[in-house]
Ligand binder design. Structure first.
Ligand code: NAD
Ligand code: UDP
Length: 312
């Protein structure tokens, strides 16, 4: 198949590209580098099955030739990234989604929307099943991200219902691994960078808020399985092993025993969800998918990657 991936130079899409190429598909990557990095796709230079287009999906997207699958992965994804690029984040998850849905109809392709656990906001239900409608602040400091993601889901379902578009929706929970931007402020990469540089680990608040961490290879395998399923409603993808942020900090330090870093506490950002854990019953039943990489194994692989080349 010939597959288009938006956000191709980003963390997740670069791993998804590697998976699809390993399956023998042709991949067309598209990115405007607002948060992505050319290093993430440098290894693909010269690959005859890979083409890169530097473009912004908020403009109408033109791609020559047939396209069978469209993965819409483009969007700033870290709280620092989407607050820095508020309007671009709103646009990529509204006009950008719209443009790619139009392209999906034009090319008669299948479309997958990369949505997020942020759709559940600061959840009052834990774990979160796909049937939970969420608790989102529509004007808060995450609203430029979570509300347009919710809009993207609505837009995707509207194209599916009214125009017969062949669509899929995934809600991705916190994922970690090599190729994360060391400075985008997300918790796992921040703690690893800080520990490797002997800097204090910055735990926000008392660190009792929870997250559930999925290793990137598990996640991209799940994304591909959703695309190749015949299920149109949202599917949660994430690792249901929930732990506190303080525990994540301690675990990172235990895996970098030479680190001189200590844990420090900083004010909690506004609207920071207090708990997050995916209910993955749907993914298990419909796809037969569940994560297989243990956290210690995943963290060890990620630490090995950043030990090799981390710059302050
Ligand atoms: P990332 O920032 O590493 O990658 C996103 C990529 O999209 C970047 O390369 C960026 O340059 C590109 N991009 C942004 N706006 C664009 C535009 N208008 N046109 C073209 N390219 C554009 O982030 P990531 O962690 O790889 O996230 C990928 C997707 O998965 C995002 O849609 C994000 O919302 C979603 N997601 C990720 C996580 C996670 O834990 N990583 C969790 C939930 C959802
Ligand atoms: N966090 C933290 N220290 C950091 C970065 C993040 O304590 O240096 C906390 C943050 O407050 C949140 C959790 O870790 O409760 C996850 O943050 P991240 O930005 O990775 O993703 P989120 O799930 O909030 O989008």
């Amino acid at each position: 198949m010939r597959v288009l991936i938006s956000g191709a130079a980003g963390f997740l899409a670069s791993h998804l590209t590697d998976l699809l190429l390993s399956q023998g598909h042709e991949v067309v990557g598209l990115d405007n580098f607002i948060t992505g990095k050319s290093e993430n796709i440098a290894h693909l230079t010269g690959n005859p099955k890979y083409t890169f287009i530097k473009a912004d999906v908020i403009e109408p997207v033109k791609v020559d030739g047939p396209i069978d699958r469209i993965y819409h992965m483009a969007s700033p994804a870290s709280p620092i990234g989407y607050v820095k690029h508020q309007i671009a984040t709103v646009k990529v998850n509204s006009q950008g989604t719209w443009n790619l849905l139009e392209l999906c109809l034009e090319k008669n392709a299948r479309f997958l929307m990369a949505s997020t656990s942020e759709c559940y906001g600061d959840p009052q239900v834990n774990p979160q099943p796909e049937t939970y409608w969420g608790n989102v602040n529509p004007i808060g400091l995450r609203s430029m991200y979570d509300e347009p993601k919710r809009f993207s889901e609505a837009c995707t379902m509207a194209y599916h219902r009214e125009r017969g578009a062949d669509t899929r929706i995934i809600r991705i929970f916190n994922t970690y691994g090599p190729r994360m931007d060391p400075h985008d402020g997300r918790v796992v990469i921040s703690f690893i960078r800080q520990a490797l540089n002997n800097e204090p680990l910055t735990v926000f608040g008392d660190g009792k808020q929870t997250r559930s961490l999925c290793y990137v290879s598990d996640l991209v395998r799940g994304i591909n399985m959703v695309m190749e399923s015949d299920f149109h409603e949202p599917i949660n993808l994430g690792n249901p092993q929930e732990l506190t942020i303080l525990d994540i900090a301690k675990e990172v330090l235990s895996l970098i025993p030479e680190s001189q870093s200590k844990i420090t506490h900083h004010p909690m950002p506004p609207d920071d969800p207090k708990v997050r854990k995916p209910d993955i019953t749907r993914a298990k039943q419909i796809l037969g998918w569940q994560p297989v990489v243990s956290r210690r194994e995943g963290l060890a692989k990620m630490i090995e990657f950043y030990r090799a080349g981390l710059k302050k």
